[in-house]
Write a protein of this length. Structure first.
Length: 147
């Protein structure tokens, strides 16, 4: 039964969160936190709704997961996020000591790789999961904004 719980399976759920953000007029980034194949947190960008530049999907998911666990560290947890985390989110992920980050589309301008962001040394990173679907949603969002 564990074969059902693939990176693609969980990324699809994060992508559904991103689609929810898209329909709310938010930049379409979705995130979930998984522990033992159980989703313990789901979120999407809420910066427009909350008028808060820190309300990124990752930050919302980290806070929700920490509250669920009753702990500030997210050891043995995996973050699935549709877009490569930015510098701010990378800092929060560093401090959370999250075990693994799986992301979809790269962010060539603001992603942690482009700006030299640093994750916790024990954090594993997997990139490119459902990359095209994640990138296409982002592209469509910004094309619609420019019309």
């Amino acid at each position: 039964m564990d074969t059902l719980f693939t990176n693609e399976y969980f990324m699809q759920i994060a992508l559904n969160e991103a689609k929810e953000a898209f329909h709310k007029g938010e930049i379409p980034v979705g995130a979930i936190v998984v522990a033992n194949n159980q989703i313990i947190a789901k979120s999407h960008n809420l910066t427009e709704l909350l008028h808060d530049v820190t309300a990124h999907a990752e930050i919302q998911a980290i806070s929700s997961a920490a509250n669920y666990l009753g702990a500030k560290y997210l050891k043995n947890c995996t973050l699935f996020v549709t877009l490569e985390p930015c510098q701010m989110c990378t800092g929060a992920l560093y401090w959370s000591q999250i075990t693994k980050i799986v992301y979809g589309a790269s962010d060539e301008k603001r992603g942690f790789k482009a700006i030299g962001g640093q994750l916790h040394p024990k954090t594993e990173v997997i990139s490119g999961v459902l990359e095209q679907e994640c990138a296409d949603l982002m592209k469509t969002f910004f094309e619609n904004k420019r019309k």
